[in-house]
Design a protein around this ligand. Structure first.
Ligand code: NAD
Ligand code: GLY
Length: 358
């Protein structure tokens, strides 16, 4: 087992990475410090495999456990599901001594985290991410929230979990398309932060597809440690943390335009990262060869390398104005400065956008 720390003074917390962690509460139960109910929020897909083992682990450690099973899908990351959680917790007479568990992918993690941030002004929560995407990204760093029809993740809070429990065994049941979607965020870390990690990813697609334990552990550990470092330096995205949004300005527009759930978040981010890399290439920040490598690696992990056919520049600009990085009416983009470095730019012209999107 590997342990990392997200260093945020009194809000610091551990990330545990290992096989079979769901059923080894000795490692993580100490992070439930309140003695009230434990509420597990999950969805109808994930509950089939993982709700019983987690419930048993908690009960064997002496906790009073209740669970809420939500429908599955990005389209349910909304105010109705949030309200269902609130109603359930009130009906269960949950108090401020409740600890919530988010058992599932990024949708359940973001939604449960936001419910934890706001139920009775805040209760403890623990992330148990079960998709690759949530294990390498969304469960760490405390961004929680829900979608609004006018924009993705528009309602939310920065609210850190008390621990993150990453059980590698969960990836065995994950569909291939979801594994690919997770790799979009993994490749992102290589482009924005770690050239050597990018090179490593170029070498391991075959082992990755075989779910090689060593490769998965290395990937998850490296991504979580980059995310922990960035979040420790800039928890509330005043500057540095924005680089984690490489490809997301384009990606969120694609998700919204296509209808939430049609393109997976990771697929939209992959296409967005390639578009942002094209901007970098147009500006001479990365070479044509480096752009080719970014496109190649994206294809190796079976992800899209461009926009949906039916989406035009105008569709992007209308939607991107709602991006949370927009400042003084200017849409801002993360663009690689080199392979392994990136920063935020507010001076991208429509002409550049048009070329990059095409
Ligand atoms: P998801 O939560 O929808 O999960 C993908 C699918 O996999 C779902 O159908 C789910 O039921 C299923 N699933 C989950 N675990 C499984 C398992 N072990 N075996 C089989 N099926 C399983 O999607 P996601 O890709 O995990 O997360 C995407 C969401 O995360 C988006 O809403 C995105 O905005 C958010 N996100 C948040 C952050 C953040 O920092 N908070 C970062 C990146 C993405
Ligand atoms: N996924 C982007 C962030 O956590 O900041």
């Amino acid at each position: 087992m590997e342990t990392l720390l997200v260093d945020l003074q009194q809000r610091s917390y551990p990330i545990f990475i290992g096989e079979g962690l769901l059923t080894t509460p000795d490692i993580w139960a100490q992070y439930i410090t309140k003695r009230g109910k434990v509420v597990i929020v999950t969805n109808e897909t994930v509950q089939k495999w993982y709700l019983a083992p987690l419930t048993q682990s908690l009960q064997s450690s002496g906790f009073d456990v209740v669970s809420l099973i939500l429908p599955d899908g990005e389209e349910y990351k909304n105010i109705e599901s949030y309200n269902k959680i609130m109603t359930f917790m009130l009906e269960q007479n949950c108090g401020r001594d409740t600890t919530m568990f988010a058992l599932g992918g990024g949708v359940i993690g973001d939604l449960t985290g936001f419910a934890a941030a706001s139920f009775q002004r805040g209760v403890d929560f623990i992330q148990v991410p079960t998709t690759l995407l949530s294990q390498v990204d969304s469960s760490v760093g405390g961004k929680t929230g829900i979608n609004h029809p006018l924009g993705k993740n528009m309602i939310g809070a920065f609210y850190q979990p008390k621990a993150v429990i990453i059980d590698l065994k969960a990836l065995a049941t994950l569909p291939k398309r979801e594994l690919s979607a997770g790799m979009a965020e993994v490749i992102k870390y290589g482009i924005i932060w770690d050239n050597e990690f990018f090179e490593y990813l170029e070498q391991v697609p075959n082992k990755f597809w075989q779910l090689d334990n060593e490769v998965l552990t290395h990937i998850i550990k490296r991504c979580c440690s980059i995310k922990a470092e960035v979040v420790s330096k800039d928890e509330t995205e005043q500057n540095l943390r924005a680089i984690l949004n490489l490809g997301h300005t384009f990606g969120h527009a694609i998700e919204n335009f296509m209808g939430y759930g049609v393109w997976l978040h990771g697929e939209a981010v992959a296409a967005g990262s390639v578009i942002a890399s094209r901007l970098a290439s147009l500006r001479g920040k990365i070479t044509a060869k480096e752009l080719e490598r970014i496109i190649d690696i994206t294809k190796q992990y079976e992800l899209p390398v461009g926009k949906p056919d039916n989406m035009e520049l105008n569709d992007f600009t209308k939607l991107m104005i709602h991006d949370k990085k927009t400042k003084n009416g200017k849409v801002r983009f993360i663009i690689p400065d080199a392979l392994g470095r990136a920063s935020l730019y507010d001076n991208v012209t429509n002409q550049e956008l048009s070329l990059a999107i095409k």
